[in-house]
Ligand binder design. Sequence first.
Ligand SMILES: *Cc1c(COP(=O)(O)O)cnc(C)c1O
Length: 415
Amino acid sequence: MTVAASLDWRERAARLFPGGVNSPVRAYRAVGGEPPLLLRGKGPYVWDEPGRRYIDYVGAFGPLLLGHGNAAVAEAIATAAVMGGPFGVTGPGEVRLAEMIRARMPSVERLRFVNSGTEAAMSALRVARAATGRELIVKFEGGYHGHADSLLVEAGSGAATLSIPGSAGVAQAVAAQTLVAIYNDLASVEALLESHPREVAAVIVEPVAANMGVVAPLGGFLSGLRELTERDGALLIFDEVITGFRVAPGGAQELYGVQPDLTVLGKIIGGGLPVGAYGGRGELMDLVAPSGPVYQAGTLSGHPVVMAAGEATLEQLTPDVYAKIDQQSARLEAGLQMNGASVARVGSLLTVFFRGQPPRNFSEAKTSDATAFARFFHSMLDAGVLLPPSQFEAWFVSAAHDSPVIDATLEAAGR
Ligand SMILES: *Cc1c(COP(=O)(O)O)cnc(C)c1O
């Protein structure tokens, strides 16, 4: 295919999809310019049309902890695909992947597979409301939990990138059920719980915020949330769609030693295919139909091909692999220190913020120099390094990012 032909794909996409994309951040509005037409990926690399190679730090926005085109994952997908299905009954793939998740994340005693993180977060809120008989939700400014109506209030990720942290089309009455606290600010949570006593069903939080750029929880923040919610009778929901099986073998809840009541999962557990899951204490999950009165269903939930990809992914994530990814990520962090910028990192999640200090919350993150970020993004792209196209997205390091790849990235950044 020629360059003209690839322009043709863009024009056709622009006619077909709003903004030419099927998810907003892909449109490159925050950095300007046209996204490359990417046709192939292997390990840490992606190739565009007409064949230029880039080191990839997008990682499909989270799922690809093993890099692109992992051989065992691809084989598992192919094997499962020729077996037929889905069959409309529970199968061994669902059982095996669920057991792997529970073994790594013991707070998830029972779970339900769905098809996206959005669906998982939405369903977890429904369980929380049913369990508590309360209606209000507390989320954090800049926290992203997918695009369910009640969670599109002061949201991060693509919503933050486009400066539409809320959304048109969300009923006022629905948005009013969502209260917004400040990340890393326990007092802001306490104030909301006190002004709405015994009305809050759940506090939902990304235990490491990764949709306002990476913002680590300050010491005591997560355990403080645990105490405040317990005292009030609200549930604590960890959205580990990004952090789950990335920041530690058992996710952020293992890394920080705080157990939520419910956990929302996605991304990595689908090995690059569409997936979500929500789970937690047995008695809470037993509220879900047909055990209980909370209705939630999905035609393609627990799809055997997706389960096989997830299983093949988790199987490869040994402690050694985590140690290696962490070591390479630390080298990247150290090498990226530059004037006028700061680097925030938790494990293989990393953001270069164009401000002097890493932010502690979303309003601080927003004071980053977006123009400097866009310049950096494009010079890295020219140098063959593909970064997430927004100051508010994390870079995703994978197990395939070895020393030569990190060295090449740092050389590009140095230039
Ligand atoms: C990506 C993401 C979601 C939404 O998952 P989708 O599969 O895109 O619907 C939810 N929460 C967090 C923290 C995410 O990063």
